[in-house]
Design a protein around this ligand. Structure first.
Ligand code: TXA
Ligand code: MG
Length: 331
């Protein structure tokens, strides 16, 4: 059931459902989440069951503000404080040492916990309303079946979980790809997942060099958002440079094997129109991120077999989009 998130009674209905241990679909500025009371292991178990996600994959816990951190985290390094001050509320998740008594199921049994304070006004309203009912944090992975494309509208969430799920409608997500994740448990910041907030922003704010998880001696904790094959639409995704993409399209024009192809590219290309759908990718990284998952879902809905995407630029503002496309192409 989709409820209009602008209506205050929808927010209080959703907060009460969380308090009662039920699941709620909620908007954030990145993607929609499938939320449950992070303090209730039984409620959190429903998330893993609904998503078909292995229960040792940790979830992100959403808090209303930085003061919610003390409830879940045992300690907060100075550089993590700086990141919170600069980017919360916003599309940034911090992995912190977990208080041993709280959030074990949400953390997938790890001794760390992922915390995020989302900026979307309806997420904020819901988190505040839930807190007055004793819910200190809302565990919420992206509201999609395990391994599939994350949802950026309430209708996407309904398509994943059906009409029994209570969903707060907060419109189309503004960021469009999941939060940047920084592991803060290793003495220096480590990038686990790129997003809208870039490497340069993290380094400038934290005053430290950002490590890549490949640099770590000990393996980074499991993160399904970091599995090689993830974010996959049903169609097969292939990434190509603009020129290679044009060559492939020219060949297609002569020798058509009946597959339905969608092309998503920044360059102007000659596309054999009877055989391929063509959609322009925005030149701006933030605009491309905002529409990326909706475009992939739309191609799926139109029944294409192949999605040919022009490789995004190598610059850091495109890192999040590049990462999601590379994973989509790996499955
Ligand atoms: O933008 C987002 O982050 C969205 C919205 C709903 O907030 N959420 C999201 O959640 O993308 P999910 O579960 O699809 O991805 C969360 C990622 C996973 O890769 C998970 O493994 C990682 O965060 N994560 C969570 N807690 C962790 C921990 N304690 N240690 C390492 N990774 C963690
Ligand atoms: Mg996800």
């Amino acid at each position: 059931m989709i409820l209009d998130g602008r209506d205050p009674t929808s927010v209080s209905t959703a907060a009460q459902a969380l308090r009662a241990g039920e699941l709620v679909g909620l908007p954030t500025e990145t993607v929609y989440g499938l939320g449950a009371d992070a303090g209730s292991d039984a409620a959190v178990a429903k998330i893993f069951a609904a998503k078909g996600r292995p229960s040792d994959h940790p979830l992100i816990v959403h808090v209303a503000d930085a003061s919610g951190v003390a409830h879940f985290a045992r300690e907060v390094p100075a550089f993590a404080h700086k990141l919170m001050q600069a980017f919360w509320p916003g599309p940034l998740t911090l992995i912190l040492p977990r208080h041993p008594d709280v959030g074990a199921a949400a953390a997938g049994g790890q001794d760390s916990i992922g915390l995020r304070c989302p900026a979307h006004p309806m997420a904020q309203a819901l988190l505040l309303a839930a807190r007055t009912l004793g819910v200190h944090g809302v565990a919420a992975p992206s509201a999609n079946q395990f391994g599939r494309v994350s949802p950026t509208t309430a209708a996407h969430v309904q398509g994943e979980f059906g009409d029994n799920l209570l969903i707060l409608d907060g419109g189309s997500c503004e960021v469009g790809i999941e939060s940047t994740i920084i592991d803060c448990t290793r003495g220096a910041p480590v990038l686990l997942r790129p997003g809208r907030i870039t490497r340069e922003q993290i380094e400038a704010t934290s005053g430290q060099r950002l490590r890549d998880k490949e640099e770590l001696a000990a393996p980074a904790p499991r993160a399904s958002g970091t599995l090689e094959a993830h974010y996959a639409p049903k169609a097969k995704v292939r990434l190509m440079e603009g020129r290679a993409l044009q060559t492939a399209l020219d060949v297609l024009g002569k020798d058509f094997d009946g597959a339905t192809i969608a092309v998503y590219a920044r360059s102007m290309l000659r596309v054999p129109s009877a055989q391929a759908l063509y959609r322009r990718m925005p030149d701006d990284a933030a605009a491309a991120a905002q529409q990326l998952f909706a475009v992939l879902r739309d191609f799926d809905a139109q029944g294409v077999n192949l999605i040919w995407v022009e490789t995004p630029p190598e610059t850091s503002d495109w890192e999040g989009v590049r990462d999601r496309l590379q994973r989509a192409a790996a499955s």
